[in-house]
Design a protein around this ligand. Structure first.
Ligand code: B12
Length: 209
């Protein structure tokens, strides 16, 4: 079995020590960090999602797999970030109200930071009011909203509305993402852009500011 296949299985099994060891091994074999992320860690989480949907996995298994993935991500972090120097803008990023998924949001935040953006991480279950506050008080010029649940993704529209009502919509660009989010949805709710993954989120952020 290749190192990446072993890595996938270990994430799915939630075997954190094995994930740490295999990410280190993959780096030692000279595999590109982005490939380790995409084909090892993220692909494994997709499989975890499929097993959950089929009723083979329950929330505890998803949680343990997520912890194992995060341990692997921590090792990859220094290799993934570009190490930009000049501040390109200030991004307030968070997972939308009602949603606790934060792996993708953290990955986007990490890559933005590495690309030279100042990142204000608002965490998970973030209300529209908190996004407005970050724009008004912390002077963020970019807002990033993550959503993983179809049931709560409509709350993203409330953030755009709240920014309008607070009179600050013209001061910021809004970008959205997360597995159920699409370009069409972004357009529909009046966001300025959508990106399907963390590296394209960085490219989008650069184009917006
Ligand atoms: C891990 C996981 C969990 C963990 C989360 C741990 C954590 N700290 O995040 C736990 C166990 C807590 C969890 C709970 C639940 N989960 Co869950 N979970 C997942 C799982 C398996 C992986 C998500 C993940 O981390 N993916 C890896 C990351 C890297 O990918 P990503 O998040 O998509 O992010 C990338 C892009 O989307 C993009 N991106 C993300 N955010 C942003 C933001 C911006 C601005 C931009 C530009 C881009 C961007 O870039 C990222 C990096 O490339 C998914 C299945 C899946 N394949 O998505 C289900 C999934 C999302 N969960 C699901 C469900 C149903 C739930 C629960 C409701 C289960 C329950 N019955 O309790 C709860 C909800 C709790 C809540 N209120 O939020 C469903 C959602 C179904 C739906 N259509 O709504 C899924 C799809 C599983 C399934 N197939 O059924 N879950």
């Amino acid at each position: 079995m290749s190192t990446l296949n072993e890595l996938q299985s270990s994430v799915i099994d939630g075997n954190k020590p094995a994930v740490e060891q295999l990410v280190t091994k993959a780096l030692g074999e000279g595999l590109p960090p982005q490939k380790i992320l995409d084909e090892g860690l993220i692909r494994a989480m997709d499989e975890v999602g499929v097993r959950f949907e089929n009723g083979d996995f329950f929330v505890p298994e998803m949680l343990i797999a997520a912890r194992a993935m995060q341990a692997g991500l921590a090792i990859l972090k220094p290799q993934l970030v570009e190490g930009g120097i000049e501040a390109k803008g200030r991004v307030a990023i968070g997972t939308i109200k009602g949603d606790l998924h934060d792996i993708g949001k953290n990955l986007v935040a990490m890559m933005l930071e590495g690309a030279g953006f100042e990142v204000i991480d608002l965490g998970t279950d973030v209300t529209p009011e908190k996004f407005v506050e970050a724009v008004k008080e912390k002077k963020a010029n970019l807002v990033g909203i993550s959503a993983l649940l179809t049931t709560t993704m409509s709350n993203m529209a409330s953030v755009v509305k709240a920014l309008e009502q607070a009179g600050v919509r013209s001061h910021v660009k809004v970008m959205v993402g997360g597995a159920p989010v699409t370009d069409a949805f972004a357009l529909q709710i009046g966001a300025d852009g959508y990106a399907p993954d963390a590296s394209r989120a960085v490219a989008l952020a650069k184009s917006l500011v």
